[in-house]
Design a protein around this ligand. Structure first.
Ligand SMILES: [Zn+2]
Length: 377
């Protein structure tokens, strides 16, 4: 792994320990633990003596490790989570390769990089990427991986960096030592993060999603290394399971789902027609004035309230969960208010239509009583 030399120590000098209400912070002037978020990279984990490192940050004077138990200031052996470091190195090197591939294929520049625990993202300077360009850049990136090109680390300064064709030129304000990561003739960029020694160690680079961000950029989500394998295992397992559930082959899966969607649409349309017919049918047998109480399916209730003449009656429809109450003669809001006073629950709506869900079960007789109290009918 190409690790900046400051992060290759296996000892640490803890200058002071702070305990902020149980949050233990260890302060060091220098540390082999890479800080969380520095350069868009995940931070290191591991242990300092007997304590595990939970998070790492830095300020102008110190690198601060949050620990799971209190230790005394002093010098300690450290253990770094090397598996996590390798994952970080794979993602970071993949980012260099992918960013360079987009320049090579379509001159699309990367403006930022973020590394997460499950996937990484780069934001590139275009609002839209043609699917062909996406595929070509991904293929080129993977060819670079398969070429097993050495990933070199070059320590130089601003003046020395001018001998290389950097993907992103350094600011003239840069002072002191500069670390360049050079991938054969394919890419050179200044970077302080972890990288693999060889592109072959990066494993497959897979773009898993794209999203338009900030109006003019595209965010590319990608995985590399073991993450690519885990991603493939997960999707393979889900898709195989779906194919089994729908008793079809992987090749037929998409067509099968489209067919099911069409069937569902047809069934929903038929159900709607049947509900309307049924609502018309039962409406003819209902009385023409006063309180009309009906129980049934929600779909039927919605049609019933639409087609019924409400000019001389108040209709209460119960679908098994909530009551729909409608009338063109009586303002239904006082009824909802009274129901909530007596039976609790929640409800609301307008003068001509409202809904109500009581806390406890109600009977038709309860509505008859409330109606007679509120409207004297
Ligand atoms: Zn890097």
């Amino acid at each position: 792994m190409r690790i900046f030399k400051a992060y290759s120590n296996n000892r640490i000098q803890i200058e002071k320990i702070e305990n902020n209400n149980g949050k233990i912070l260890a302060y060091s002037k220098s540390s082999p633990f890479y800080p969380d978020g520095k350069g868009g990279q995940l931070g290191d984990r591991g242990s300092i003596g007997p304590a595990h490192v939970l998070s790492v940050r830095e300020n102008d004077d110190y690198i601060i490790c949050e620990l799971d138990k209190e230790i005394q200031p002093g010098e300690y052996d450290v253990t770094i989570d090397e598996e996590r470091r390798m994952d970080i190195a794979q993602q970071h090197t993949a980012q260099h390769i992918l960013s360079a591939a987009f320049i090579e294929i379509a001159n699309i520049k990367t403006v930022s990089f973020h590394m997460g625990d499950e996937y990484c993202t780069i934001d590139v300077e275009t609002a839209f990427i043609e699917p062909d360009v996406l595929n070509e850049a991904e293929e080129l990136a993977n060819k670079i991986v398969q070429s097993c090109t050495e990933v070199e680390e070059i320590i130089t300064d601003l003046e020395g960096s001018r001998n290389y064709s950097l993907r992103k030129p350094l600011s003239d304000k840069v002072k002191g030592e500069v670390r360049l990561i050079k991938i054969g003739q394919f890419d050179v960029s200044a970077c302080s993060g972890f990288h693999t020694e060889n592109t072959g160690e990066v494993g497959m680079i897979k773009i898993i999603d794209t999203e338009k961000v900030k109006g003019e950029l595209t965010r590319l989500y990608f995985v590399a290394g073991i993450r690519s394998l885990k991603y493939f295992q997960k999707y393979n397992s889900v898709i195989n399971e779906l194919a089994k559930m729908l008793t079809t082959s992987l090749d037929e899966l998409q067509a099968r789902i489209v067919k099911m969607q069409n069937q569902m649409k047809e069934q929903a349309s038929t159900l709607s027609k049947i509900s309307e017919e049924y609502a018309r049918c039962i409406s003819t047998n209902l009385k023409n004035d006063g309180l009309v109480y009906v129980e049934g399916y929600n779909e039927v209730g919605n049609f019933l309230l639409k087609i019924m003449d409400l000019s001389n009656r108040i209709v209460v429809f119960f679908d098994g969960t909530r009551y729909l109450i409608a009338s063109h003669k009586y303002d239904v809001r006082p009824m909802i208010k009274k129901l909530m006073e007596v039976y609790g629950g929640r409800g609301g709506g307008k003068a001509e239509f409202a809904n109500y869900q009581p806390e406890k079960k109600m009977e038709r007789s309860d509505f008859e009583r409330i109606c007679s109290e509120v409207y004297q009918i």
